[in-house]
Design a protein around this ligand. Structure first.
Ligand SMILES: *[C@@H]1O[C@H](CO)[C@@H](O)[C@H](O)[C@H]1NC(C)=O
Ligand SMILES: *[C@@H]1O[C@H](CO)[C@@H](O)[C@H](O)[C@H]1NC(C)=O
Ligand SMILES: *[C@@H]1O[C@H](CO)[C@@H](O)[C@H](O)[C@H]1NC(C)=O
Ligand SMILES: *[C@@H]1O[C@H](CO)[C@@H](O)[C@H](O)[C@H]1NC(C)=O
Length: 394
């Protein structure tokens, strides 16, 4: 396509960007050859549209944000790597009206990747990971690859994702890695309850991440926070089925950075394996979790509503009898109510060499089978106030 045609193809739209009205060019994937229908791989067209939008600096205009558009319809994309940094001051807006579908083929990396995409905004649309045949490979116990993350945002600052739907990922749905200032709002993530490793959102080595008004129903963690994560706010989340909201696993490797300043509030967990979990390997690797607040959470039919497990050792390989080197301190549980489907609704199973400190329980009411549930403490210190049922064992 000639440069002239590209310029003609770019439709000028008005984008309200305070304080002035900025005209931003729009780059539709269709102009770069993408064909609706879900039959022809449009990865090349998507990447060409990205390259054009990312290369459009708008003459250095303040707040300028070119638009890459995926119109209504179904577009097949094999694998897309969107790399920045981009020229415009305001990043690129990816507006998705339609559905982007992955091919059933699998590899070990990611499907839609954004690296160094500072200021990126994604709005609307659906990313369908087409995981079914891959899950079948796993279920049959065949030798399969490790699977593909659907949306991978790495090394990117100041990113906002709104009203995006993600379906049936082959692996983690959204991965936020080595990034700062990321907001996910009204994101919906759906995969079958028995689909393997289909975590909703995984955050690692990142700071200032907000997950607001999310709905996550998958076969693994709704949200998991890995090492090196701080300044996380998860508010107004509906989670389940799935494995709940998890900090960890931590301490699986040496030299992991701490998890600090995490707030989870206004969460509804339904039919999940865990509710609010902190999980560390039963290995001496160091690490630290501190400054965590879980508040205003309702549980319905949750197996392990409140759980700290410092003895994670899947398959009992290489860790039995070892003690976790991860320190857990200053964790607050406030206004947590609902039902457990196992008798022990509150479990603090902390490390013998690094007991949990500063755990606070306030206004807890978790029942099992219509009666008060039980709590379990090992190597756990802290305090309780207000009405706490099951009674605190701290
Ligand atoms: C983040 O992006 C918004 C919108 O593009 C912009 O107004 C703001 O200045 C950016 N902030 C930083 C710290 O880059
Ligand atoms: C993909 O990952 C699997 C499991 O983690 C590994 O055994 C395999 O060697 C990897 N394959 C490739 C092509 O990277
Ligand atoms: C904790 O994280 C929030 C959200 O990112 C941030 O606003 C706040 O300043 C952080 N607090 C501390 C003490 O770091
Ligand atoms: C806990 O909630 C149940 C069910 O709503 C209620 O019947 C019970 O009185 C509450 N217990 C306490 C200690 O508040």
């Amino acid at each position: 396509m000639s440069v002239l045609m590209v310029v003609v193809a770019a439709i000028l739209v008005a984008v309200a960007a305070a304080p002035v009205l900025v005209m931003a060019a729009e780059y539709s994937v269709v102009y770069y050859g993408a064909r609706e229908g879900g039959k022809v791989d449009a990865a090349g067209a998507f990447q060409a549209a990205w390259a054009a939008a990312c290369g459009d600096g708008g003459g250095g205009m303040m707040g300028y944000r070119p638009v890459m558009r995926v119109p209504a319809g179904t577009f097949l994309v094999g694998q897309a790597y969107f790399s920045g940094p981009c020229r415009s001051a305001g990043g690129v807006l990816l507006a998705i009206d339609g559905t982007v579908v992955a091919p059933p083929a699998v590899d070990n990396t990611s499907w839609i990747m954004f690296h160094y995409a500072h200021g990126l905004a994604i709005r609307g649309g659906t990313l369908d990971g087409q995981g079914r045949s891959f899950w079948a490979c796993k279920a049959a116990g065949r030798k399969c690859l490790s699977g593909t993350t659907t949306l991978d945002i790495s090394q990117s600052n100041n990113v906002s994702v709104k009203r995006l739907t993600l379906l049936d990922s082959k692996n983690v749905h959204v991965s936020i890695f080595d990034s700062a200032g990321v907001t996910l709002q009204a994101v919906k993530i759906i995969a079958p309850a028995d689909s393997p490793h289909t975590d909703g959102i995984h955050v690692q080595l990142s700071r200032d991440v907000s997950i607001l008004s999310a709905t996550v129903r998958t076969g693994d963690d709704c949200v998991s926070l890995g090492p090196g994560t701080s300044g996380v706010v998860i508010r107004n989340i509906r989670c389940g089925p799935g494995h709940g909201i998890s900090i960890g696993s931590l301490g699986g490797d040496a030299g992991e950075k701490e998890v600090r300043n995490v707030t989870v509030e206004a969460a509804a967990l339904t039919d999940t394996q865990n509710g609010l979990r902190i999980k560390t390997w039963g290995k001496p690797n160091s690490g630290h979790v501190t400054g965590v607040r879980f508040a205003h959470v309702t549980m319905r039919g949750v197996e392990n509503p409140i759980v700290v497990d410092q003895n994670y050792c899947p398959g009992n390989i290489n860790c039995p009898g070892q003690s976790s080197g991860v320190r857990i301190s200053d964790v607050v549980y406030e206004d947590i109510t609902g039902t457990s489907v196992t008798p022990v609704a509150v479990k603090f199973d902390c490390s013998g060499s690094n007991p949990c400190t500063g755990i606070k329980l306030r206004n807890i009411n978790l029942t099992y089978d219509g009666k008060p549930a039980q709590s379990f403490c090992k190597n756990a210190g802290g305090s309780a106030s207000g009405v706490v049922s099951p009674a605190s064992c701290l």
